[in-house]
Structures are given as structure tokens and as C-alpha cells.
Design a protein around this ligand. Structure first.
Ligand SMILES: [Zn+2]
Ligand SMILES: [Zn+2]
Length: 345
């Protein structure tokens, strides 16, 4: 038997004792050491169930752990390996899966259709080493390792932006992902990174992690601030990492002609795009708006090992599993918490 956290309804997360999952031939069983709480977990906690399921599910996909059982058809992994990774399962039925293109648009992921890792054990399906599963490098603690997943999301957005060096970029929202984007932009040579964030604590962190200009959108007009900071040239890339509709509206006003808006944040509220703004984006600025739902584990590992991305300070709270409820409540307070981890071992 094992202890696990299950989301049963809005604000209703329970600690339960359930069976340790049994693995298939193409799966491994991981003993979870640490699991971070992601924005998507918080969303599931708020609305009751994850978007892809209709029954209680174990949240959590940002885990670090130790391999305790390896399925017979799995290559390259042994019991005792320290690992991080994504436990997503492709649907196996769609055009992309059948033609082995490698990008299934309908995967199930831990915490959303598959049981996640806020539990003593988690199953990782099809753990392809170097693609979906990685050994934790020496010198990276279990806690830090649990932050590699969100950093891989930040790194994906920054890689896909293909920004020119020496450019100015704007990061809207300094949560974990935004703070990862900030550091990855700096690591790739961005000359000026401007961060907009309403929480004082998060602004302070952005400053500490190398932001050149940090502004409070509740006090100053962020668009004007970007104009001033760039002598009117505006930014080449805006990373929208807040998931707040008003921030999205600012992004097209901040970019240069042919600029890019990298959409990383996920919205809980609808976006209302006005005709004027669309005309500006598509006719006058030739904007590219790019959705960024992907991961670059290789880059996250590289930058973290080189000390170019630091996540130790982002971890503001660590709770044991029995305090999982408190852990979720804390993760929702953006003025107190940046990244909350649940420690299983
Ligand atoms: Zn996440
Ligand atoms: Zn598929």
C-alpha cells in the first residue's frame, strides 16, 4: 500500500492509502522523493477535477525519484537510478501516433488522466531515456531536480523564440516559469530583460536572478515603461508567462514590427481581443503569436548544471505529504510562495 493525495472536488484534496500501482512491460515504477505543485495542479484543485478526467486523480508531474521496478521491455534503466521526467502517454490512435510523427495532440499526462506523483510511487509509461526520462546529474539535489520540469518548459519557450542576441525581451509574469524564462534569456545573451510582475516578492526574485528592469504593472504602465527602456524601439520578443488576460493585451503593444509573442501562460479567464488590437498585431506589426506547450529537458539540465539557471531560491516552501492541503493553499498565495514542493521521502 502507499499514501497518495487525491483531488475529489473543488478545494477537496485528500490523503488516502491505496494500492501501489502495478507496472506494464513498457513502464517503470518510481519511488517519488519530491514533487512540485504546478499551476495546472492548482487549477485542478480549484475546479475539482483535472480537465481530462471525471474522477479523482492524483495530481503532480514535477517529480524527482528513484527507479524501483523496471518493465521487461524498457531499455537503459536500472533499479536505483535517480530520475526526472515526464510520464505522458501518447493516445496511440491518432494520425500523429499512427504515422510515428512523434507529437500526439491528445496525450494523457500525470495529474490529467493519468495518476500523478504526489504519491509515494508513480508509474512512468514508455520512459525513453534522454527523451522523456533523464538521470539526475551529480550535485543536483532531489528538491532542485523536481524543478527541472518547469525549467524545461521555460527553456522550450526561449529556444522556440529563436531570438537574436543583444536584443531586448519582456517577460510578463514572474512565477516559476517566468523566472526560468528570464534566466534562460540571460544565458542566451539577451542584452536587456524587462520583467513585469505585480507581486513584490516575485519582483525581488526577478531582480536577484538578473532582470535588468523590473516593473510593477499595478503602478506603472508597462507599455510605456518598455517604450522608455528601449528608446521607443520596443522588444523583439515578449514572453507572456502570467496567464492574465490584461497582460496578453499589453504584449502586442510592446513588440517591434515582426516581433514575437511567446504564449506560455495558461488562461483561466477568456481573452477578449478587440478589433484595434488585432489590426495592430496582424497588419501593422506582423506579429507572430506562438503557443509554447513543450519542454527542452536538455537545455534545462545544461543551464542548471552550468549554474546559469538557479532554482534553489525559487523553492519557498517544502511540505511533507500529510500537509498536502496546506501545500496547495500556500502555492495559491503569489505574495508568499513561488514554488511549493511536497517531500515524499
Ligand atoms: Zn507543470
Ligand atoms: Zn495520438
Amino acid at each position: 500500500m502507499m499514501k497518495a493525495a487525491l483531488i475529489h472536488g473543488p478545494g477537496d484534496i485528500r490523503l488516502e492509502t491505496i494500492n501501489i500501482p502495478v507496472i506494464q512491460d513498457d513502464e517503470i515504477l518510481v519511488k517519488v522523493h519530491v514533487c512540485g505543485i504546478c499551476g495546472t495542479d492548482v487549477h485542478s484543485f480549484k475546479v475539482g477535477y483535472p480537465s481530462m478526467s471525471t474522477e479523482p486523480v492524483i495530481p503532480g508531474h514535477e517529480f524527482s525519484g528513484e527507479v524501483v521496478e523496471v518493465g521487461s521491455t524498457v531499455n537503459g534503466l536500472s533499479v536505483g537510478d535517480r530520475v526526472v521526467g515526464t510520464g505522458l502517454r501518447d493516445c496511440g490512435k491518432c494520425y500523429w501516433c499512427e504515422n510515428k510523427i512523434g507529437f500526439c495532440p491528445n496525450p494523457t499526462v500525470p495529474g490529467e488522466g493519468l495518476d500523478g506523483a504526489i504519491a509515494e510511487y508513480v508509474v512512468v509509461p514508455k520512459p525513453v531515456l534522454g527523451v522523456l526520462l533523464f538521470n539526475i546529474p551529480e550535485g543536483i539535489s532531489w528538491e532542485e531536480a523536481a524543478t527541472i520540469e518547469p525549467m524545461s518548459v521555460s527553456c522550450y519557450a526561449v529556444e522556440e523564440a529563436r531570438m537574436k542576441e543583444e536584443g531586448t525581451v519582456v517577460v510578463l509574469g514572474a512565477g516559476v516559469i517566468g523566472l526560468g524564462v528570464l534566466q534562460a534569456c540571460k544565458a542566451k545573451g539577451a542584452s536587456k530583460v524587462i520583467v513585469s510582475e505585480p507581486s513584490g516578492m516575485r519582483r525581488e526574485m526577478a531582480r536577484r536572478l538578473g532582470a535588468d528592469i523590473v516593473l510593477n504593472p499595478s503602478e506603472v504602465d508597462p507599455v510605456e515603461a518598455v517604450m522608455e527602456a528601449t528608446s521607443g524601439h520596443m522588444a523583439g520578443v515578449v514572453f507572456e508567462c502570467s496567464g492574465v488576460p490584461s497582460a496578453f493585451m499589453q504584449a502586442p503593444l510592446m513588440i517591434q514590427p515582426f516581433g514575437k509573442i511567446m504564449q506560455v501562460g495558461i488562461y483561466e479567464k477568456n481573452l477578449e481581443l478587440h478589433a484595434d488590437l488585432m489590426k495592430l498585431m496582424f497588419q501593422f506589426r506582423n506579429a507572430t503569436i506562438r503557443g509554447c506547450g513543450g519542454q527542452r529537458w536538455d537545455k534545462a539540465l545544461e543551464f542548471m548544471q552550468a549554474g546559469k539557471i538557479r532554482t534553489k531560491d525559487l523553492v519557498t516552501h517544502v511540505f511533507p505529504l500529510q500537509d498536502v492541503r496546506k501545500a496547495f493553499d500556500t502555492q495559491m498565495k503569489s505574495d508568499e510562495a513561488i514554488k511549493v514542493l511536497v517531500k515524499l521521502v
